[in-house]
Design a protein around this ligand. Structure first.
Ligand SMILES: Nc1ncnc2c1ncn2[C@@H]1O[C@H](COP(=O)(O)OP(=O)(O)OP(=O)(O)O)[C@@H](O)[C@H]1O
Length: 335
């Protein structure tokens, strides 16, 4: 059972123990981070259930890397609490880094080592199975093992960073733009392996600009916009309950109220009104039943990219209009 907190507009669960059968991998409460004049993160509240591929989307500068750096203990929040695998991200960052796999958007590695040497070096920090898994991954990715990292291509280096992050079979894998630099075949292979990881109960946090790829693999999607978390929803729910509704009016100058639901964006063009609406009720057409001057209405299923653009193109709204937030991955209406 869950309900909407009318003041905060956020989805609140009254049964946190039910938040995913496997528990919670990431729990962030009211996290705020400022760099001088930039509010990089503004009261972020999010919880990621274990066993899910969680995609973090946002424009350049939205705050994705800042959030990831807080989760991995490389940055302290100014306010709020972040926990990963039940450890505090400030006080227990060492523990967290042992238990997770992390690939940053610009992985720093010992350039003078070869792929096999860096695998051997890193294996000292992990279990006995690390060298075997690392070597399997490196072979699968077809990375030359004896060449110095400095002499590898960008894509080959990305593959080494990924193999190092995955080889200890972490409970949580955090990836900041993981597929940039990878060729299409490896990208596909890699993303499919993320789905397999989630099916095996592992959790994956994926920050990416490749929205079409995210759409193929994510269970839950979060959209950050200008430091605010604007939307968190299971992808199925988001796609099932978000529509582009277009109304054609008799007169271009008449006001037309949008149908019920959370209006992510509104576009006015001559006699046409176009809304991207999350949480559109099935009987939305009734909203225009008694409306004079509406000639026709139509609905289209948007792609994730269209939803993303609608969220990011609209002006930031106050928290009381924030789209539903889930603490368990079951669908609950936001209305
Ligand atoms: N160390 C820093 N010092 C000052 N400002 C910073 C610092 N790190 C991040 N910022 C600012 O915080 C905001 C969020 O940056 P962040 O790197 O988290 O965005 P992002 O969503 O990861 O962007 P991108 O998709 O371009 O990687 C930006 O305005 C950025 O300029």
């Amino acid at each position: 059972m869950a309900e909407i907190d009318a003041d905060a507009g956020m989805y609140q669960s009254d049964a946190p123990e039910k938040s995913g059968a496997l528990g919670t991998a990431i729990d962030v409460k009211e996290v705020t981070k400022r760099f001088r004049n930039t509010l990089a993160l503004d009261q972020i509240d999010v919880s990621v259930p274990k066993g899910k591929v969680f995609a973090l989307l946002g424009e350049n500068g939205a705050g994705k890397t800042t959030l990831i750096r807080i989760l991995t203990g490389y940055l302290r929040p100014d306010r709020g609490v972040a926990r990963v695998l039940d450890h505090d991200c400030v006080a227990q960052s060492e523990l967290i880094r042992r238990r997770i796999g992390y690939v940053s958007d610009s992985p720093a590695m010992y350039e003078w080592m070869s792929a096999s040497e860096i695998g051997w070096f890193t294996s000292a920090f992990y279990d006995d199975a690390f060298p075997r898994r690392y070597s399997e991954l490196i072979n699968e990715f077809e990375v030359p093992v004896g060449t110095k990292l400095s002499a590898l291509s960008k894509g080959q280096r990305a593959k080494v960073a990924l193999a190092l992050a995955i080889a200890h079979d972490p409970e949580l894998l955090i990836l900041d733009e993981p597929t940039s630099g990878l060729d299409p075949m490896v990208r596909r292979q890699f993303l499919e392996s993320m789905v397999d990881r989630a099916a095996a109960g592992r959790t994956v946090l994926l920050s990416s600009h490749q929205i079409n790829e995210v759409e193929r693999v994510a269970d839950v999607v979060a959209i950050l916009h200008a430091g605010k978390l604007r939307l968190v929803q299971p992808l199925d729910t988001l796609k099932h309950h978000t529509r582009i509704v277009t109304a054609t009016l008799d007169d271009a100058h008449v006001y037309c109220r949008p149908p019920r639901g959370d209006v992510l964006s509104e576009t006015i063009s001559g006699r046409q009104r176009r809304w991207v609406i999350n949480g559109l009720p099935d009987d939305w057409r009734n909203d225009f039943g008694e409306e004079g001057g509406v000639r026709s209405v139509d609905e289209v299923v948007p792609s994730l990219e269209e939803i993303f653009i609608a969220v990011c193109a609209s002006k930031p709204r106050k928290p009381d209009h924030a789209v539903s937030f889930m603490r368990e991955h079951q669908l609950e209406s936001t209305r």
